[in-house]
Design a protein around this ligand. Structure first.
Ligand code: SF4
Ligand code: SF4
Length: 444
């Protein structure tokens, strides 16, 4: 049964929908005692996970039970915030319907980043994941809500072809919707009534960890959770497009070493050896050579230091990201493991309320919840062969092939880690180029 579950997940191309896209069959093939459902939805304004928990709780729990069976876990916990009362009600009722006593519900506080895997594991299970480690090291697997719904579909032979996402801020009709993977971002924005001003910038993901899109011709992927449309000078955007050299220049001239970034860092508060204020005083040209620089490997890039803590408008997150890239390119590894970790006694009073974060980000004027507007189906999709961690999929169709929605179009390369890719609409394959397969619907 467990092997069948892992095979079904692999066949359906399920990847982590809430992060970088780890192929889920890899996670499902491990042994764990607990599976946590990450329903924190902690990025402000993104609301598809609470919607799915409210409207598809039974599907979610089928996916959870499948993941528990696959990993051998005897406990499942759905973790979500009390403010999502309707979702909470639906999940509790679905858990009661299961009636096996193996699935609990855990109410999270409304803080950022409640959904950081390591923060979640500590809040729910009380264990600290080792530095640079993964939850599995303390017996836990953490899965996102939409991921587990996709696992449930996989058991029915239904591959991942669609994505729920939120489109909000400067669009005429902020909404949540479901679109085929490969839909152009520009078409999604049009469906939401279009930007309300001509100079808007689009952030793929949430305001804290999302990235600015270079253009709207790009496709929605299995990991696209939201599209925030914002004015070009909005604080959320400004920090994301700052020239990396300016970040270092500002850092070395402006940082007053107040250490607020460290005091509020969620990883530091879990006892990890990460002190962003110390990294900020490293000389830019020699920073990566300092033994201290390795602390940057522990940074989750949650953005608390950059967007909330620093009174000088600096970005320890970006400094850490640059250091991390340099260190990893040089093959550096974290060597400080094995230490007994203890969370800070200040942790509970230094958590960041989402409502205050929203105000600080300048997002207070935008609707916190976007209603579900249904499905949008485009005439053409461009489906990336790589939407996941690992090797790109290898095309198994040719230009001119006819495909139906759900057909396999990209296979995992022999012996590699990766994820399968499937047609998200029916039609003809018109191009295979630049790592994408284009499908155009016939007769529409
Ligand atoms: S981004 Fe900043 S606050 Fe977040 S983990 Fe990294 S150093 Fe800490
Ligand atoms: S919060 Fe800002 S000014 Fe203070 S130490 Fe950190 S980077 Fe420097």
């Amino acid at each position: 049964m467990e092997k069948l579950t892992v095979d079904a997940i692999r066949a359906a191309g399920v990847v982590g929908a809430g992060g970088a896209g780890l192929p889920v069959h890899v996670k499902a093939d491990a042994a764990a005692s607990t599976v946590l459902v990450n329903g924190a939805s902690c990025e402000p304004l993104l609301t598809s996970d609470p919607y799915l928990m409210e409207t598809q709780a039974d599907t979610l729990l089928r996916g959870l039970r499948a993941m528990m069976d696959a990993t051998g876990a005897n406990r499942g916990v759905v973790c979500l915030k009390g403010k999502h009362a309707a979702a909470m009600g639906s999940v509790r009722e679905a858990a009661a319907r299961l009636g096996d006593g193996l699935v609990d519900v855990f109410e999270l506080g409304d803080f950022y980043p409640a959904g950081d895997e390591q923060v979640l594991v500590y809040d729910v299970l009380g264990g600290i994941v080792p530095e640079r480690g993964i939850p599995l090291q303390i017996g836990a697997v953490v899965s996102n809500v939409e991921t587990l719904c996709n696992v449930a579909h996989a058991l029915e032979g239904r591959p991942v072809t669609h994505r729920y996402l939120t489109v909000c801020c400067e669009v005429a009709r902020p909404m949540m919707l479901r679109v085929p993977v490969g839909t152009r971002v520009a078409e999604v924005l049009d469906f939401a009534g279009g930007p309300t001003r001509p100079d808007c910038v689009v952030v793929d993901g949430g305001p804290m960890m999302g990235r600015v899109l270079s253009d709207t011709d790009q496709p929605v992927t299995k990991t696209t959770s939201g599209l925030l449309v914002l004015p070009p000078h909005h604080p959320v955007v400004a920090r994301k497009i700052m020239d990396p050299r300016s970040v270092w220049r500002l850092t070395s001239t402006v940082c007053c070493q107040c250490s607020h970034c460290t005091d509020l860092c969620p990883r530091y508060l879990l006892g990890h050896s990460l002190h962003p204020h110390r990294l900020m005083r490293l000389p830019p040209d020699e920073a990566a050579a300092s033994p201290l620089a390795r602390e940057a490997l522990l940074c989750s890039e949650c953005g608390v230091c950059e967007k909330y803590a620093c009174p000088m408008g600096l970005s320890p997150r970006e400094v850490n990201a640059q250091l991390k890239r340099q260190l990893m390119a040089g093959g550096a590894k974290w060597e400080g493991g094995g230490r007994q970790l203890a969370a800070s006694s200040f942790r509970s009073i230094r958590r960041i309320p989402t409502s205050r974060l929203v105000q600080r980000l300048g997002l207070g004027g935008y609707a916190e919840h976007s209603p579900f507007a249904g499905d949008y189906t485009p005439r053409k999709v461009r489906i990336p062969l790589r939407q996941h961690i690992g090797a790109p999929a290898v095309p198994v169709v040719r230009v001119g092939s006819d495909v139906r929605a759900g057909d396999l179009i990209g296979e995992i390369p022999e012996g590699a880690m990766g994820a399968r890719v499937h047609a998200s609409i029916s039609g003809g394959v018109t191009a295979i180029e630049n790592g994408m397969i284009t499908i155009v619907a016939r007769g529409r």
